[in-house]
Design a protein around this ligand. Structure first.
Ligand code: ZN
Length: 243
């Protein structure tokens, strides 16, 4: 059977979004999953999401929330809302789940495709890539033709061709041979590009096509769980605006 990859990340403990994405994956005929990290943080169902993602048996890389939730590091670098989410999540997970997160690799190239949460230009520093200069720094460390990442929660395409780097708006496309791509798959559980729908990417290695999927899910249900858990109100509000 031909392979069809689903690349998903920044799930951030949003079970309502994750379930809709995985149902779509099954409908699309996905054979293989890749996860760009940040399974937990922000939303209210870290345990459930972790169990499901682990059940996929797929490569997963370490996100910054996965890293900080599973360590005793201080949270000075985080804004108070994100820090509150991390502290709450630390109390929800079992010791075994903490160890699992703590052991995630920062980078994997297992499938011939590179996965990193933020950028190959210091995978452990979790820098943000928003423009072609930051992408250029990344590309100098990308060995494989294709790399998927997340972290900004904004789907985006970066292309390197004849030494020049371009930023291209997320759109379905066919990968030309001889160029390198660094593709941001967006966020399943907390999109920030102004579109509140859950985001993930499909990659067909035989047809060389990349498709950006957006899916409606029950945002009100996810918000109710955030409020019930006593997480910051801002985390509920941002889901409906996709910011
Ligand atoms: Zn994230």
């Amino acid at each position: 059977m031909d392979k069809l990859f689903a690349i998903l990340g920044d799930i951030h403990a949003n079970l309502d979004a994750l379930e809709v994405v995985l149902a779509d994956c099954r409908e699309q005929g996905v054979t293989d999953y890749l996860c760009t990290g940040d399974v937990v943080g922000y939303n209210a169902q870290p345990h459930e999401c972790l169990e499901i993602v682990r059940g996929l048996g797929c490569p997963i890389v370490m996100g910054n929330h996965d890293y900080y939730v599973s360590s005793r590091q201080d949270l000075d670098d985080f804004n108070p809302v994100a820090a509150a989410g991390i502290e709450w999540t630390r109390k929800q997970l079992s010791v075994e789940e903490m160890y699992f997160l703590r052991a995630l690799p920062f980078v994997t190239t297992k499938t011939g495709i590179t996965l990193v949460h933020a950028t190959m230009d210091g995978p452990e520093d979790f820098g943000y890539v928003f423009d072609h200069l930051q992408a250029e720094a990344h590309f100098s460390h990308q060995v494989t033709p294709l790399c998927f990442h997340g972290h900004t929660h904004c789907p985006m395409i970066y292309e390197k061709q004849m030494g020049a780097v371009y930023r291209i708006d997320a759109q379905d496309f066919k990968l030309p041979i001889g160029r390198k791509y660094f593709i941001n798959v967006g966020s399943v559980g907390q999109p920030r590009d102004g579109d509140p729908r859950a985001a993930y990417v499909l990659y067909d290695p035989k047809a060389r096509t990349v498709r950006f999927r957006r899916l409606d899910y029950d945002i009100a249900a996810a918000q109710a769980k955030i409020r019930e858990a006593g997480l910051p109100e801002r985390l509920a509000q941002r889901l409906e605006v996709g910011q």
